[in-house]
Design a protein around this ligand. Structure first.
Ligand code: GDP
Ligand code: MG
Ligand code: ZN
Ligand code: ZN
Length: 397
């Protein structure tokens, strides 16, 4: 079967040959210049309204093409469906889509912001990894809409707009991750394109947006399912006094969110093995800071990940077991049953993006942002898909 590529912006699939090009609209060697104008397909699909050079078809397997109008060479390769400019080396390097789902106020936007910040800084350095925005729009949007809001202004986020309210768009953030891999002549940097999107939890309720989410989820290489223990009745009452509690009106219980995601992924024609969902799913419990006071000092959820460049399978499995035990105290056993019955590969994680509850007026606490284990789920997903070497103590999975 011909190799299929998935656009990191719209998650539609196409063959390498179908990649199109966009003219640079610079003065060409034949003294012509293609006019810039709004690309209506790009505007409708992505919301980008800037004036750009004309799109044209050529052999998408090549890195460059000559514009039929002005004869200038262009290296801007674009998605044939949404016409977004594809990342450098797209189709030549690995491409991994990470979908993030979770109910309203489960902490998706805060988590994504902190995770990416950590990967660009500390956690990235610990794994010999470097992360940067794959395109100008991502860099601008990550900087101004996410990072500045949380790290510079110390503010929480307004609710994520639903895809329906956003003209059926989800606008993923696309990054290039460089990872040092051992090679014949010493370590080599290998690039992987990572695409993250943050859905509004309600998107799984409305019929209209199910189709959109199905495409994103079904074409994802890994899913981060963020579940908020503060939205589980059995856990909410155990939270550290003073924790900012999410409203409970119109919020879906984590088990229902998991049920919807599972139905989507189990739909006919999806990637399954023996009737189970094959996509690796990192089941991440957020806001762990609200529960630390209940854990033994020896709990794996109170220590930090062991140092070293590899993903530590043994440490990860002990966290997995600890979360499974916690689920019993939180009345979360049905969650575990759904995962066991329907997923070939799933693992539990416990994280705290902020390290403690925000203040009553929705600001970062005075002690600052102290992330806990935020990179673990991403590193596991990368390991599952072979982008990251597995560490010592390989258990199952
Ligand atoms: N205690 C605690 N609360 C958090 C943490 N992350 C997020 N929150 C709270 O959860 C709220 C919703 O987070 P947000 O990321 O906007 O949720 P989203 O709707 O899933 O995108 C925030 O305003 C915070 O009050 C965390 O690490 N610890
Ligand atoms: Mg949000
Ligand atoms: Zn041209
Ligand atoms: Zn696209």
């Amino acid at each position: 079967m011909a190799r299929r590529l998935t656009c990191p912006y719209c998650y539609e699939t196409f063959g390498p040959r179908d990649i199109q090009f966009r003219c640079t609209s610079r003065l060409s060697r034949t003294q012509k210049r293609c006019a810039r104008s709004r690309d209506q397909v790009l505007a409708d699909r992505t919301g980008q309204r800037a004036e750009v050079g004309p799109a044209f078809r050529a052999d998408g397997r090549r890195p460059t093409a000559l514009c039929p109008e002005c004869d200038d060479e262009t290296a801007y390769r674009i998605c044939p469906v949404c016409r977004s400019t594809l990342p450098v080396e797209f189709g030549m390097v690995e491409n991994r889509m990470i979908a993030m789902v979770g109910a309203k106020a489960s902490g998706k936007t805060v988590y994504m912001t902190v995770l990416l910040h950590e990967m660009m800084n500390r956690a990235g350095a610990a794994y010999g990894a470097s992360l940067m925005g794959a395109d100008d729009a991502t860099m601008l949007r990550y900087g101004s809409d996410y990072q500045d809001n949380l790290y510079r202004d110390g503010q929480m986020f307004p609710g994520t707009r639903t895809a329906v309210a956003n003209d059926h768009r989800v606008e993923p953030l696309v990054f290039r991750l460089g990872l040092r891999r051992p090679g014949l002549f010493g370590p080599r940097l290998r690039h992987t394109v990572l695409s993250f999107f943050d859905t509004a939890g309600e998107d799984f309720n409305s019929r209209e947006s199910v189709e959109l989410n199905t495409r994103y989820l079904a074409n994802a290489d890994g899913v981060i399912l963020l579940l908020d223990p503060l939205q589980m009745p059995g856990a909410r009452q155990l939270a550290l006094p003073g924790t900012a509690l999410p409203g409970s009106e119109g919020v879906d219980a984590p088990v229902n969110v998991l049920g919807r995601v599972t139905n989507t992924l189990l739909a006919p024609g999806r990637d399954r093995s023996a009737g189970k969902v094959n996509t690796p799913v990192a089941v991440v419990f957020s806001k762990l800071d609200a529960f630390w006071h209940l854990l033994d000092t020896g709990s794996p959820l109170r220590r930090h990940r062991p140092p070293g460049e590899r993903f530590d399978e043994e440490d990860s499995l002990s966290v997995h077991e600890e979360v499974r035990q916690l689920l019993k105290d939180w009345d979360g056993v049905p969650i575990d049953q759904i995962l066991e019955n329907s997923y070939a590969r799933h693992r539990y994680f416990g994280v705290s993006a902020l390290g403690r509850s925000p203040t009553g007026d929705a600001r970062v606490a005075a002690t600052g942002i102290q992330p806990y284990r935020v990179a673990d789920p991403l590193l596991w997903l990368l390991k599952e898909s072979g982008a990251l070497p597995a560490g010592p103590g390989r258990g199952r999975g």
